[in-house]
Design a protein around this ligand. Structure first.
Ligand code: ZN
Length: 132
């Protein structure tokens, strides 16, 4: 059975939200309508596409909007996140390392592996209603 990109995106979104207590992770922001932002790399990078470790929960203003956002002001955004202790420089370096990995399996096998990892993480987090 094929594992769709949307299915994995939904699992990623749920994990990233739970880990952020449901709100935007930008310092001082409590907005709960958020999307997972892929730190460092665009979501087209398969190596970290579904890796919740590499994502940060952001409201639309801090994700792509006119505030100090991850997409419009990436350098200042990175400084603000690290200065506030939301993430560390070591974390950013680990994301960079993971993003540089070469994927050696076919995409469907890769998705199946991420499905298992994401479901295991949701189960570990104790999420209710986690999918089969
Ligand atoms: Zn925000």
């Amino acid at each position: 059975m094929t594992v769709s990109d949307k299915y994995l995106d939904d699992l990623l979104r749920e994990i990233v939200s739970i880990r952020a207590d449901g709100h935007c992770e930008f310092p001082g922001c409590n907005i709960t309508d958020c999307d997972p932002h892929h730190w460092f790399s665009k979501r087209t990078n398969l190596a970290i596409k579904y890796d919740y470790f590499c994502a940060i929960n952001l409201c639309s203003s801090h994700h792509t909007g006119s505030l100090l956002s991850a997409h419009l002001s990436p350098v200042a955004f990175r400084q603000a996140i690290i200065r506030a202790g939301v993430r560390t420089e070591e974390w950013a370096q680990e994301v960079h390392r993971r993003a540089s990995q070469i994927i050696t399996v076919d995409e469907q096998t890769f998705r199946q592996e991420w499905k298992e990892k994401l479901l295991a993480e949701l189960k570990r987090l104790g999420a209710r209603g986690w999918r089969k």
